[in-house]
Design a protein around this ligand. Structure first.
Ligand code: NAP
Length: 283
């Protein structure tokens, strides 16, 4: 598996498996199948409610821990954020049945971000978490975090797909040593992505599907990607993107699909800020 090196030297697979919206009772099987298909990077979150199932699949796989790269995410915490963040890390480790995480992300740019980040820095220094990063941070918030804290996030996981490409943000992140990670790489199928004529044509030129073209395009941009599927044949398809290369002309054609705007929601929209900030996790 091709890897990227994060800003603290940690190696991360460039392609992994996401488990958002996989119901807990289906997650153990899905992750077991993903591991069998070759995935070694797993992306979950406390908010997905399926960390325990991910942990069971990891344990039963028998795959040595050092070969896996496990990411989970911190939800917005009540005050005092530092103490609660530490408790949240411990809870995630406990649910996953692990003694350390490879990457821990602040899931949302809300709440006492600084308090949460200081606690994340502390667990990083202690080795409970090999790398720390953020998700859904727009450039202004990301730079504020970078300039006013000690540790620069290793990763920013943001909505990124052919219709919302974030090339300028990627340049900025590269400049500051933050790795761009895509969530929703297929835009969850919105805009009829999987039957897009232009992407289909590029796929036919390589004997590949639209899904494979999209993942290959992300990989060639150096963007870490974590497609989700509950179907083993799609898991295998999505993993099989390392035996072809898009031409510069094809990359340029895909670049032209960018609309520069979200297909989901904007984390700067006041209604979304309120909705996400009010949500608290139980258990
Ligand atoms: P996605 O990967 O863009 O799309 C998943 C959808 O595509 C599912 O409906 C899946 O259906 C379908 N699909 C997968 N492979 C396919 C293929 N080869 N052909 C046709 N359809 C295919 O969506 P996502 O799950 O939202 O994003 C990926 C991961 O990013 C998540 O699982 C999660 O780990 C992470 N994420 C993070 C955030 C954040 O705020 N940090 C937000 C969203 C997501 P089937 O399952 O039926 O195959």
């Amino acid at each position: 598996m091709q890897t990227v090196t994060l800003n603290n030297g940690v190696e991360m697979p460039i392609l992994g498996f996401g488990v958002y919206q996989i119901p807990p009772e289906q997650t153990e099987q899905a992750v077991t199948e993903a591991l069998a298909a070759g995935y070694r990077l797993l992306d979950t979150a406390a908010a997905y409610g399926n960390e325990e199932a991910v942990g069971r699949a990891v344990k039963n796989s028998g795959i040595p821990r050092r070969e896996l790269f496990v990411t989970t995410k911190l939800w917005v915490q009540d005050a005092p954020a530092e103490a609660n963040t530490r408790r949240a890390v411990e809870k995630s480790l406990d649910k996953l049945g692990l003694d350390h995480l490879d990457l821990y992300l602040m899931h949302q740019p809300f709440g006492d971000v600084y308090g949460q980040w200081r606690a994340m820095e502390a667990v990083n220094r202690e080795g409970l978490v090999r790398a720390i990063g953020v998700a859904n941070f727009h450039p202004d918030r990301l730079l504020d975090l970078i300039f006013n804290n000690e540790i620069t996030p290793a990763v920013n996981q943001i909505e990124t797909h052919p219709f919302f490409q974030r090339a300028a943000e990627q340049d900025l992140m590269r400049e500051h040593g933050v790795r761009h990670q895509s969530w929703g790489g297929f835009a969850e199928g919105k805009n009829d992505l999987f039957t897009h004529p232009g992407l289909g044509e590029i796929g036919r030129a390589h004997g590949k599907s639209v899904a494979q073209v999209v993942l290959r395009w992300l990989v060639q941009r150096g963007v870490v990607t974590i497609p989700k599927s509950v179907r083993p044949e799609r898991m295998a398809e999505n993993f099989d993107v390392f035996d072809f290369e898009l031409t510069q002309e094809q990359m340029t054609r895909i670049a032209a699909l960018d609309t520069g705007t979200t297909l989901f929601f904007d984390h700067r929209d006041p209604e979304m800020v309120a909705w996400l900030s009010r949500r608290r996790l139980e258990g």
